[in-house]
Write a protein that binds this ligand. Sequence first.
Ligand code: JFZ
Length: 426
Amino acid sequence: MMSAVLLVLGSAAQGRDSVPAERLAARRWFADAKFGLFIHWGVYSELGAGEWVMHNRKIAVSDYEWLATTFNPTKFDAQQWVALAKRAGVRYITITSRHHDGFSMFKTAQTSYNIVDWTPFRRDPLKELADACHASGIKLFFYYSQLDWHHPDYWPRGKTAWDNGRPDHGDWSRYLAFMNAQLTELLSGYGAIGGIWFDGMWDKPDAPWQLDTTYALIHGLQPAALVIPNHHQRPRPGEDVQTFEQDLPGANSAGFNTSYISESLPLETSLTMNDSWGFNITDEGFKSVRTLVGYLVRAAGNGGNLLLNIGPRPDGTISPEFVARLDSLGTWLQTFGPSIYATRAGPVAPRSWGATTRRGDTVFVHVLDWPDPLLAVGPLGARVRSAYALVGKSPVRFAESAAGVTLGLPAAMGEPDRVIVVVTGR
Ligand code: JFZ
């Protein structure tokens, strides 16, 4: 009797959020990956004013269509991009397959408004990138905009609409069919894909998006593909990662994120390296390497990944400011990677002085900003066996009390992060 009740309860719980093993494994892979490269690249890159330029300058569909006929990134080299990603130490790339401008950066049978059929370039950069990624063990995710400033069937329009020359009617179900057909192409023609990073449903949050159908389509085509929605809401069924835009998980300094943090899903923070996603020729607000290391560490200390963005130029090259910072992060990770990759949030929540990560019994104390020789951290939840500096392995003095652990820090030498390895145990 008792076991029958348990059986029923067990299967009910499974029915509610049953996630197949390969997707659970993919979520674990994602949580281990910790560092990804975001790439915003499209027709908008030509104008050097960010990916919202069509909207910001109120460009008519017909004028933007002409602009698209000139897109010809002859210097694009997928292998160079992936080599840069490798050097940077990222484990995955998330690239715009179609942004709000509605232009498809891949070969699609659903519209001729795509890079192969509409431009002199005639190549499919996403296919080239997928091949290069597969050859070097980097996972590829596709950013896909649900919002569309070009498609006539994106109707009724959402809050970012302006009068850009489209007819004042359209067929929403045809638009959904179009999206699902494109997603089918992206999940069929590019080998194993990490997943789809959705963005733009915030334009019409209450529209009948039929997300369940779309998510089921994705998971049916590739059972290990993850659905990552940038909708700034609580995760829904069928979604695999909670992503935060320009914010550490739960921080919501950007004002449009949610402060709710999922306890079961992997987390991600997307971040611009300067102040733009798409190529912006006058944006010189590049973050320092120290700041970027701080974001990577604080994301990991929150149990999340950092998805760090670059906006390549319209000719396919990547500006030296991006390259230099990615190379520096890669060099940093060669030493400090063990305190980042495959870790989870540590026992002490992020603090103004830094953050903690953990792998098994090992806790990594990341000291980003602390001027004094002694640092008192809260309880680690276990006794300390030993403590040493990650660099040089020199022992670190420690004292335990009910209030926590006090560490004697190695002298600061101007490095962005002093990492103390604390081995715990009974
Ligand atoms: C979105 C995109 O609009 C943007 O172009 C970029 O791709 C970024 C990663 O994602 O950014 C948003 C999304 C929603 C809001 C603001 C920016 N919002 O609801 O205020």
